[in-house]
Design a protein around this ligand. Structure first.
Ligand code: GCW
Length: 732
């Protein structure tokens, strides 16, 4: 729907006034006027496709393409891996097959599987239980430090042969280590003389699917749901394995199969059976499954008269339900709950709190090691008229009241996955509760599957934000990984937009966000650039020049999106419903906080939401010194200025520009960047396989059009307030 609307060219007929506001295009700033309809005529496109079949790629192999290395790259690994020692027993089958087939393809040669090393270049993989060579080469304390998921990769000498050791405590650790080694080889990283110890920083690393049981995907832009509920449990789509393998390769260890706007049906025996067979396909890759559950399930499918969490009958229903689930899915992960938010029911219906609800579910799954992820995405405006304050006001008083196996799952910012938000003030304010970070991989508010927007820098900004909760250095990352308070239970979730499209994510570059999420969940200290470089080398090309060009495109793409959509701390200017294009004049007939005007508050007096101590005092929910710094427009970072302040149009920034001039500059900068991405991609013609190259070409053309539309629509609208003021000043 969104895309259709956006594709429509402004008609010449009819009154401009009668058209939705965002159709109006003003090319005032369109200096280069280089907007093409497509890189290639459709007929030529077809010819190119047919001609290039041998080299055409559809993106379905993601970053696991395992392209045979070219001669120069091969020299680097010559003699390094010639044979593999790995257990032949069941839990190692997955990793053994992956490792051997990948090595044979990448290194273009026979790799023999042997029971003990007989020449230089043996790769010895296993746990101390399966392989005595491991216990003799890796100390017990080294192994202990690795935990269940870690691994050691080490070049060493054994029985006189130079070998590579891949050791861990579990098959899962070996699987992650194998993918690490394969990544090194695919990205031209040396595997000589290294001694690498790795384990994930965060325990539960989950994708959240917002997939409905009818196959539709809320905020999904890549086709239908990959979960074929109609075919399950009998038919297992081969894509489940591909999905699980891709996730394992980046360290993701769990997935919530269904939408947080949940249907009670998922808890029926029929669906539990279906889910159990999907779980079987994912298990070999270390992926546990979880359900989003509807709080009123006991009434809806259990035939009870109430779903009150303090009612013993309701408690028993959940206990029995958990038993049933675990009898089919012994490694079931647990429940995710959206309660009392956007129409979803919650314990509040019965006058109970979030903690009452969460703890009832937690008790049911606790005997099996399950967890409950209770979302803090609530904004009941009767609690406070500033939406950003609501979750804090509801949840902070409950700190310490949640059972130990409950995580409070919290979005990165206090509104809703906007292009940029300050971090959510709940981080640091609930020390007695483990908080799970929820990020959005599907680009609901950042151009969906049409725009190239690499989100790792956004996530890094959040993770690296200092909350000052326990003094300087208490970053969001340290709260999320549990280290700030010493929690063992920790989690991070990424709302994914994976669907039935061949390339999984719609835009080939949206795959990078899936990849980056996994890599950051494993180790948030990795830089966005490093992650991008790995991904590009595995996904597009190993040619350094090409890699550098694509990396340049990606690195500034998020900031560009912020610039052309919502610069200087603006937020939620998106059109209603689909959240794709701009609609700054939108006023919702019923809910004030679903209106764009509620967020920007532009009028002749200025622009921005006054959340300072003189306004709603949302800034007071942050710890000092942020509270003071952000309270004062002179010290508030420009990136959050209009988030916290309502300022006159002629207010001067540090740069000497007025707010109005700065807004114009940002919107233009965003457009220029998209133009730069398009020019850079154009120059890569011939360096990238045709099919994917052309697809990205077309999307960049669309993105440029859209960026211009964003700029023009917003500046046209805000100019209505700002220009008379600017004019008055020039006249004076
Ligand atoms: O981002 C908003 C989306 C809703 C979503 C909700 C949530 C699943 O617009 O589609 O519902 O947030 O996170 O619960």
């Amino acid at each position: 729907m969104a895309n259709l609307i956006f594709n429509v060219k402004p008609k010449t007929k009819g009154s401009v006034k009668n058209r939705p506001f965002f159709f109006v295009q003003i090319n005032r700033f369109d200096r280069k006027k280089k907007i093409r309809n497509s890189c290639l005529h459709p007929a030529l496109f077809l010819v190119a496709l047919l001609a290039g079949t041998a080299h055409s790629e559809n993106g379905s192999r993601l970053w696991l393409r395992y392209v045979p290395l070219e001669d120069t790259a091969l020299t680097m690994y010559r003699g390094r891996i010639t044979q593999v020692v790995i257990p032949k027993t069941q839990p190692f089958t997955t990793v053994r097959e992956e490792l051997i087939s990948a090595l044979r393809t990448l290194l273009a040669k026979e790799i023999s599987v042997v029971s003990s090393p007989s020449q230089d270049g043996a790769l010895i993989a296993g746990t101390p239980d399966t392989c005595p060579l491991i216990s003799s080469s890796v100390t017990a304390s080294e192994l202990e430090a690795l935990g269940d998921e870690g691994f050691v990769l080490r070049s060493t000498t054994l029985n006189g042969y130079s070998v590579t050791l891949l050791a861990g405590n579990t098959p899962r650790g070996i699987l992650y280590g194998a993918f690490c080694l394969l990544r090194f080889i695919q990205t031209g990283h040396s595997i000589d003389i290294f001694d690498l110890h790795q384990k994930p920083k965060i325990q539960k690393r989950l994708l959240n699917h917002w997939d409905n049981l009818d196959g539709s995907v809320e905020r999904g832009y890549a086709g239908r749901s990959i979960w074929n509920w109609n075919d399950l449990p009998k038919k297992i789509d081969p894509r489940y394995k591909d999905y699980a393998r891709a996730n394992a390769s980046i360290g993701i260890n769990g997935t919530v199969l269904n939408n947080v706007n949940a249907q009670a049906q998922i808890l029926t025996t029929e669906y539990i059976r279906k889910a159990a067979s999907a779980a079987e396909a994912l298990r070999p890759w270390g992926i546990q499954i979880y359900f989003s559950v509807k709080f009123t399930a006991p009434v809806e499918i259990g035939g009870l008269a109430t779903s009150d969490p303090l009612d013993p009958g309701v408690q028993l229903w959940w206990i029995e339900k958990a038993k049933e689930i675990y009898s089919h899915i012994p490694d079931f992960g647990g429940f995710l709950v959206k309660a009392y938010s956007e129409g979803q029911p919650g314990p509040q219906i019965y006058g109970r709190s979030h903690a009452d609800g969460a703890n009832m579910l937690a008790k049911a799954v606790a005997p099996f090691g399950g967890i409950v992820m209770w979302r803090s995405f609530v904004y009941d405006l009767s609690i406070d008229t500033d939406r950003t304050k609501c979750a804090f006001l509801e949840f902070v008083p409950l700190d310490g009241k949640f059972a130990p196996n409950v995580l409070v799952q919290t979005k990165n910012g206090p509104v809703d996955f906007q292009p940029r938000e300050p971090f959510n003030p709940l981080f640091g304010s609930m020390p007695a509760t483990p908080l799970m970070l929820e990020l959005q991989i599907t680009q609901e508010y950042t151009g969906q599957a049409q725009h190239l927007v690499y989100l790792a820098p956004q996530w890094k900004e959040v993770l690296d934000s200092d909350t000052y909760a326990k003094g300087p250095g208490t970053t969001v990352a340290k709260i999320v990984d549990g280290s700030a308070e010493g929690y063992l239970l920790s989690g991070i979730a990424g709302v994914c937009g994976i669907g039935t499209e061949k390339n999984w994510t719609g835009h080939h570059f949206s795959q990078a966000n899936w990849y980056a999420f996994g890599r950051l969940a494993w180790d948030y200290t990795l830089s966005s650039e490093q992650i991008a470089e790995e991904w590009i080398r595995m996904t597009w090309s190993g040619d350094q020049k090409t890699v550098n060009q694509i990396k340049k495109m990606m690195s500034g793409s998020w900031e560009a999106c912020v610039d052309y959509m919502t610069p200087l701390g603006l937020h939620h200017l998106m059109a209603e419903g689909h959240h794709y294009g701009p609609q700054p004049n939108f006023v919702h007939p019923v809910r004030e906080d679903w209106s764009s005007t509620y967020y920007h508050k532009a009028d002749s007096g200025g622009i921005g939401f006054n959340r300072s101590s003189a306004g709603t005092n949302a800034v007071g929910q942050y710890f000092p010194p942020l509270r003071q710094l952000w309270d004062d427009p002179q010290t508030c970072p420009e990136i959050y200025l209009l988030w916290f302040h309502h300022l006159p149009w002629d207010h001067r920034l540090g740069s000497g520009l007025t707010i109005w001039q700065a807004l114009q500059a940002h919107y233009q900068r965003g457009v220029d960047y998209v133009q730069f991405m398009q020019d850079t991609w154009d120059a890569l013609d011939g360096k990238i396989d045709k099919q994917r190259y052309e697809h990205v070409c077309q999307l960049l053309t669309m993105q440029l059009k859209n960026a211009i539309q964003w700029r023009d629509t917003c500046l046209n609208y805000f100019g209505g307030f700002a220009n008379p003021i600017a004019k008055k000043q020039t006249d004076n």
